[in-house]
Design a protein around this ligand. Structure first.
Ligand code: PEP
Ligand code: MN
Length: 345
């Protein structure tokens, strides 16, 4: 960390900053320039986290050298991490294809969709049992019954499952059913929830908040990692913008940008990013071309009957066509597609 002093900082103020640094067990290296004086701090920077040096009179700026997300950073782990969800690898050249309806609606519907996406090559099955809806009057998900249906469907079709948890009090319940826990965009900064999922050892799909920076996303991943759970997969699902043509703004640069800062795998979700089936294929392929470690897509056999996010769902045939193109691109890029576990029936 470097502390930049104001041009009119007094000698007394400079000595006060040095004394404060040394009182924390760190060393200060003073460098007097023509216009500015700076102090380099040598030692474990984390000790400064609770010391508001910026508030000391005479201090102009405090510049960290290391990223605040230590465990998520490339310094901690220079090689790309591979997260494994019941045999399906994500990251380090392994591509995940998560597909399924927005919400679990019934056993029959889940079975129809799972059969279709599995045949198309998806290797992870999704479906929400607890839905974060803008309106309290909208369908909120089937709860535990939805988890049971998703579990049974996943087992029947030989697909590991992914489902969202919204409430820290339900982490234990969701953990019992699922293979991968999703933390949705609206809860990306629910720090109690992040701490709770960090205490499980289940892979976590952490979606970027709609108003979160890439660094905010990595700090949220850090919450999970700091609890001892190393299995975090990030997901770019679009951020808020002024344009109403798309549901969100698909930030494809977030993929290589995140990779320049972190070893964690990152997927793309063009369904929530665009909200438009006609734009999903281009954005899915752009995400893979940009280096994404997976593609997360909502599929429904009767979008006009869907209880949530029907208008953005791909039909099974559309998904199959896109999956084929994703596979071809992934192959060209030298990526492997993990095959799911064998079907149990
Ligand atoms: C979802 O995956 O169904 C969902 C609600 O996603 P997000 O949190 O990205 O909006
Ligand atoms: Mn959805």
């Amino acid at each position: 960390m470097i502390i930049v002093l104001k041009s009119d900082a007094t000698e007394q103020q400079i000595q006060h900053v040095i004394a404060r640094i040394e009182s924390l067990g760190l060393r200060a290296h003073l460098s007097r320039g023509t216009y500015r004086t700076i102090i380099g701090v040598i030692g474990d920077e984390s000790r400064l986290q609770s010391a508001p040096l910026r508030a000391i009179p005479g201090v102009a700026d405090v510049v960290p050298i290391l990223p605040p997300f230590k465990l998520a950073s490339l310094d901690a782990h220079p090689e790309p991490s591979i997260v494994e969800v019941r045999g399906v690898k994500i990251g380090g050249g392994h591509l995940a294809m998560i597909a399924g309806p927005c919400a679990v609606e019934s056993a029959e519907r889940m079975d129809t969709i799972a059969r279709a996406v599995r045949a198309a090559g998806a290797n992870l099955l999704r479906g929400g049992a607890f839905k974060p809806r803008t309106s309290p009057y909208a369908f909120q998900g089937m709860g535990e019954e939805g988890l049971r249906i998703l579990r049974e469907t996943g087992n029947r079709h030989g697909m590991p499952i992914v489902t969202e948890v919204m409430d820290p009090r339900r982490v234990e319940l969701v953990d019992r059913y699922t293979d991968m826990i999703q933390v949705g965009a609206r809860n990306m900064q629910n720090f109690t929830l992040l701490t709770e999922v960090g205490q499980t050892r289940k892979p976590v799909l952490l979606k970027r908040g709609m108003s979160a920076t890439i660094k905010d996303l990595l700090m949220s991943a850090e919450y999970i990692l700091s609890q001892g759970n190393p299995n975090v997969v990030l997901c770019e699902r679009g951020i808020k913008s002024f344009d109403t043509e798309t549901r969100n703004l698909f930030d494809v640069a977030a993929v290589p940008c995140s990779k320049s800062l972190s070893h964690l795998p990152i997927m793309v979700d063009p369904s929530h990013a665009t909200g438009r089936p006609d734009l999903i294929p281009a954005c899915a392929l752009a995400g893979v071309a940009a280096g994404a470690d997976g593609v997360h897509i909502e599929v429904h056999d009767k979008p006009d009957e869907a209880l949530s996010d029907g208008p953005q769902a791909l039909l099974p045939a559309q998904y199959a066509e896109l999956a084929e193109r994703i596979r071809a691109l992934a192959e060209m890029l030298g990526k492997k597609l993990s095959t799911p576990m064998g079907a149990q029936t």
